[in-house]
Design a protein around this ligand. Structure first.
Ligand SMILES: *[C@@H]1O[C@H](CO)[C@@H](O)[C@H](O)[C@H]1NC(C)=O
Ligand SMILES: *[C@@H]1O[C@H](CO)[C@@H](O)[C@H](O)[C@H]1NC(C)=O
Ligand SMILES: *[C@@H]1O[C@H](CO)[C@@H](O)[C@H](O)[C@H]1NC(C)=O
Ligand SMILES: *[C@@H]1O[C@H](CO)[C@@H](O)[C@H](O)[C@H]1NC(C)=O
Length: 712
């Protein structure tokens, strides 16, 4: 699954936003002259309000009550948590509460007289349906729609203050906002106590802060002990002359200490911060006293948290020999004070690129060293045990997907009713039945026909349509396993595809193959490879508008940095060259609006390449297969493929048979085994169908005809 926001989070600073001078065009103006509750119809004159509208007049006014005492004229409500998580917990979805809009992308601004919500094209319809009339919907990137900064410069006057929580905004974004607003004389002020938190209580439907049990991930899955990981991290810190590091990413603490939980949907994380110094390791978690002595809840582990971390049951390290992790309470204010105190005796402090402004501001700027942490880099390069686990889990995952597809194809062809939703539910169930499964790695994208063309389609009982023999079907899904994280996309047609659909599928496949077959000098960034995946589509004037590959974790996040394969130019602080044992997705696609979507996605591993020649001092890298699920043979136009691409398909199919076959048999999935065998038949170029042969044949026929004519 390609995540649009992934790029946005890391690179939003570098996107140069063109300033538009004109007023927003009238169709974007849905605010009313008078702010009054229940005044639905005024959004669109004469229109009836959809039943999905969420009344938000009360909460917006509650928020405004704090403005006067704080001296602010407006306030920003983002959807992020303090760790810039891809999936914030329900507890952190403040923007959803204040605006009624629950989509994954977007943020809200409330001023003394107006309320505005910015979101992207995926969510315009949903936002229009739920926002009540006090909200202005800002359709990002549409012409005439101002950015938040442009809008604020118009709404606020020089000398006025605009507030935001420093805990919920990344330090680089904060700096950018502050500098931009300052150009118009508006001051961005840090509001220590998040304002929505002051009144959004359980009485108003707020869920509790996530606080799930934390389990140790056994060494048989993690491969390297936390002690060894800390040692490696400290050695990199030393190399850089850094004597303190603040860990803010939830995936980073989970990886560093070999711990997993389920505070966040799809990601086995727990709310936490960590600090590593020359002589201290501190981990901050919620409800730490209880968690340290709690019995493990995951059957894979028997060790209690305090034993795993070599910590006293109260979280202290007194009297402990060997490495000990001091465990303290997850209390942002105290954590910030600790950072402030520990910083005074440090000369250089490593902060991650996603560090929030609150923690960033606790460190004297002259000491800050901000870039991807050594954890992010080490985590992306899987150790030998993790590599094996990733491979094994992908085989079991293939069994789940193949079993599902076997049944789906058979029944759709028989005319049985299948919907996008029932398909997603069935597939999810097959995954959950596999050994070591710990749920899904993201919300399954199950899109038939036109819904397949929506890149981040979320199937619901409102949007779900039937899967039929008339349409393409795209399914992008993945699982979490103790020994790996998976993410795979396949596209099918269970009836008679058109020639155009076949050509599009084949060209996506060609790009997918060409990227996989690349060999490149070590040290290269992913963006130089990206073009390989696009060329077969570019050749005929087609494009896809998303990246080609993202990193993936080992029982961690389905999207992880620091490397990636996309067309955006890399910047060394945020990106890293592709390196040995990193795992990436290879997922070109093609989307015909309103008709169909095609995407093919495998997870692939970076390995050393063997080359015919060698150039002094230059190591070459290439990819190796991890995902093993058959393609759709009858969507492939063999004539478009070159010999190397056909060889790829035959090698791949052989590998699917060899690796997934025994597991299907072991699990007694006979029908699925047969389906897999049928779909992995070797491809042979028959000379009568090859275009070269056809030209020969027509030349011969032409000559025969000429001779015939000459004779008569
Ligand atoms: C930050 O560090 C510099 C250089 O050591 C020092 O001059 C300055 O006073 C410090 N600022 C604060 C706020 O501590
Ligand atoms: C659709 O799903 C929602 C939430 O899952 C549920 O509350 C609702 O009853 C469902 N509606 C139908 C028509 O099944
Ligand atoms: C890949 O090449 C590098 C550099 O020559 C070497 O250090 C590494 O051990 C090689 N990896 C394998 C698996 O052979
Ligand atoms: C079929 O065509 C290929 C080239 O496309 C050629 O190498 C091969 O010899 C041909 N086979 C036969 C049986 O003519």
């Amino acid at each position: 699954m390609w995540r649009l926001g992934y790029i946005a989070v890391l690179f939003n600073l570098f996107i140069v936003v063109s300033l538009t001078n004109g007023e927003p065009s009238p169709r974007y103006k849905r605010e009313t002259a008078e702010l009054s509750p229940g005044n639905w119809d005024s959004c669109k004159p004469g229109a009836e309000a959809p039943p999905t509208r969420v009344p938000t007049y009360d909460q917006v006014n509650l928020l405004r009550q704090y403005f006067a005492t704080l001296g602010i004229e407006g306030y920003l409500i983002p959807n992020e948590d303090a760790h810039q998580s891809e999936y914030p917990s329900e507890y952190d979805k403040r923007r959803g509460f204040i605006s009624g809009f629950k989509g994954s992308a977007g943020f809200a601004v409330v001023t003394t007289s107006k309320a505005a919500l910015w979101t992207d094209g995926r969510y315009f319809l949903e936002a229009e349906d739920v926002l009540d009339c006090i909200w202005i919907l800002m359709r990002q990137k549409e012409s005439g729609v101002p950015t938040m900064l442009e809008w604020l410069k118009n709404e606020l006057s020089p000398g006025q203050y605009f507030g935001a929580s420093p805990y919920l905004i990344g330090s680089s974004t904060w700096k950018y906002y502050k500098e931009e607003l300052a150009k118009s004389g508006i001051a961005l002020v840090a509001i220590e106590n998040e304002l929505v938190d002051l009144f959004w209580s359980s009485g108003l439907g707020r869920p509790d802060q996530p606080n799930t049990p934390i389990n140790a991930l056994p060494l048989e899955f993690a491969g390297v002990s936390w002690q060894d990981k800390v040692k490696e991290v400290k050695s990199t810190m030393e190399d850089e002359g850094v004597n303190m590091m603040v860990v803010t990413g939830l995936d980073e603490t989970a990886w560093l200490f070999n711990l997993r939980a389920s505070d966040i949907s799809y990601n086995p994380f727990f709310l936490s911060y960590a600090i590593v110094t020359n002589d201290k390791i501190i981990l901050y978690i919620l409800n730490h006293q209880a968690k340290l002595i709690q019995d493990p809840t995951d059957e894979a582990t028997t060790v209690k948290l305090h034993d795993h971390l070599n910590t006293n049951i109260d979280g202290t390290c007194t009297g402990k020999t060997g490495d000990c992790v001091e465990v303290k309470e997850y209390n942002p204010i105290n954590i910030r004070n600790d950072i402030r105190t520990l910083t005074t005796s440090s000369s250089k402090v490593w902060l991650s690129t996603t560090c929030n402004q609150a923690m960033y501001s606790a460190v004297n700027v002259s000491k800050i060293f901000q870039r991807n942490t050594p954890i992010a880099v080490a985590k992306s390069k899987k150790n030998a045990v993790e590599v094996e686990g990733m491979k094994r889990s992908h085989i079991r995952d293939a069994v789940a997907l193949i079993t599902f597809l076997t049944k789906l194809e058979k029944e759709v062809k028989e005319g049985k009713k299948w919907t996008e939703l029932s398909a997603a539910q069935d597939l999810d169930q097959h995954r959950r039945e596999q050994e070591h499964n710990r749920g899904l790695s993201f919300n399954t994208i199950s899109g038939s026909g036109r819904n397949g063309a929506i890149i981040h389609y979320t199937v619901s009982n409102i949007t779900s349509i039937d899967i039929t023999t008339k349409d393409m079907y795209l399914v992008d899904s993945g699982g979490q396993y103790l020994d790996g994280t998976t993410d795979v996309t396949r596209t099918f047609h269970f009836g008679s595809p058109t020639d155009y659909e076949k050509e599009c599928y084949t060209r996506v496949l060609m790009g997918h193959i060409d990227l996989f077959q690349a060999k490149w000098p070590k040290g290269s960034y992913g963006h130089i490879l990206d073009t390989l995946a696009r060329k077969p589509l570019w050749d005929v004037g087609l494009v896809y508008r998303h990246g080609t590959g993202h990193g993936i974790g080992m029982y961690l996040s389905v999207h992880e940095g620091p490397g990636r394969i996309s067309s955006s130019q890399s910047t060394s602080v945020y990106d890293n060259p592709l390196d040995e044992n990193q795992f990436f997705s290879d997922e070109p696609g093609f989307y015909e609006d309103g008709k169909f979507g095609i995407r093919l996605e495998n997870i692939i591993r970076v390995v050393n390449a063997t080359t015919d020649y060698s150039f002094p001092g230059t190591q070459f890298l290439t990819f190796e297969h991890v995902t093993l699920v058959p393609y759709e043979p009858h969507l492939i136009v063999l004539d478009l493929l070159n010999d190397k691409q056909i060889q790829y398909l035959n090698d791949y199919n052989e590998m699917v048979r060899e690796k997934v076959g025994p597991e299907l048999k072991k699990q007694d999935k006979t029908a699925a085994y047969d389906w897999m065998i049928k779909r992995t038949e070797p491809f042979k170029r028959t000379n009568t169908t090859s275009s070269a042969a056809r030209i020969h044949l027509s030349l011969i026929m032409f000559c025969v005809n000429v001779l015939f004519l000459l004779c008569v």
